[in-house]
Design a protein around this ligand. Sequence first.
Ligand SMILES: Cc1ncc(COP(=O)(O)O)c(C=O)c1O
Length: 355
Amino acid sequence: MRSLFLTTGSSVSLFEEKFAGFTENAYAVGVGSCTDALYLACRYLDIKPGDEVITTPMSFIATANAIEYCNATPVFVDVESSTGNIDADLIEQHITRRTKAIILVHLYGQLCDMKKIRSIADKYNLKIIEDCAHCIEGSREGIKPGNVGDIACFSFYATKNITSGEGGAITCNNSNSYEWFKKARLHGMSKNAADRYTKKYEHYDMEFLGIKSNMSNIQASLLIHQLGRIEKYRKRKELICQRYDRGFEKNANIRIPVVLRGTKHARHMYTVWVNSAMRDIILHTLQDRGIGVAVNFRPIHLMAYYKKKYGYKLNDFPIAEKIGASTITLPLYPKLTDGEVGYIIDTFNAITSNT
Ligand SMILES: Cc1ncc(COP(=O)(O)O)c(C=O)c1O
């Protein structure tokens, strides 16, 4: 905060280097949000009107909106009932000659089946964009976010595992895309302000139409230190999740998403799936007892915009709809005390005991 340079400069470069190192990807580019990262990823892949992009309905709207911004068509594929992640076995039947890419989401912090999805993408010459808004620290069979896909997009929004209030990053393993993203986040300019003012003044050119979504040094300074603590935070959240799992073991009225063998869960969210007829009552009762809750997510295809534009209706994606109607996210953050966790378990079990 004491440094002269508040916009994109050396703190952003340092964060990018550390973030690329942490996720074991070659390059990272700091941007304004994960939404912008997803949009820029689609732009880099030249996704345009007439193209189709396969994605999941069980996500925050940003995932599909990125496709809409390019005037391309999102093609939803239903999800696994065990994890809520896109069902890799259903992807192939949705591929047409217009399909250009797959945007998947590592829901709640658990990686999708990247090996299977990569092999499908390679068979049909498709690109993969990973929406890693929930998953910085996760891995599956040794694969980390961004390692197998072509481009990965991260969020540092207020609720994320590390945060600068708003913020995002793109990782990639290809120097051409890296150079493109560095320019695309700043109008497509050939030089940024730090290039111009920390050395002898150099004129800039605008090489293509980018957007204004550069990470600032202020955001990077907040993130650098949190990245150093991210594993410590995750370990604490893992313990809280294990305690929730044990606490809900005997509750026959709920289901908990499965954590697959060989997976390190990033523990971004802890969700439970309750009786859908009772979900909103349970949600409101938890709030009345002082417990913070959220719904992650009501499926995208049933949002008014998507229903109106594409004619989606109930039963189009039954598993995503079932999750969307029954899901409740419980509090999960490192400073949650053991006493608070106990209170949440007892209160939740009491409320759901006759549902
Ligand atoms: C799965 C998913 N993708 C994308 C986003 C968008 O992130 P941002 O707010 O950084 O644009 C979110 C945000 O909550 C999200 O949960």
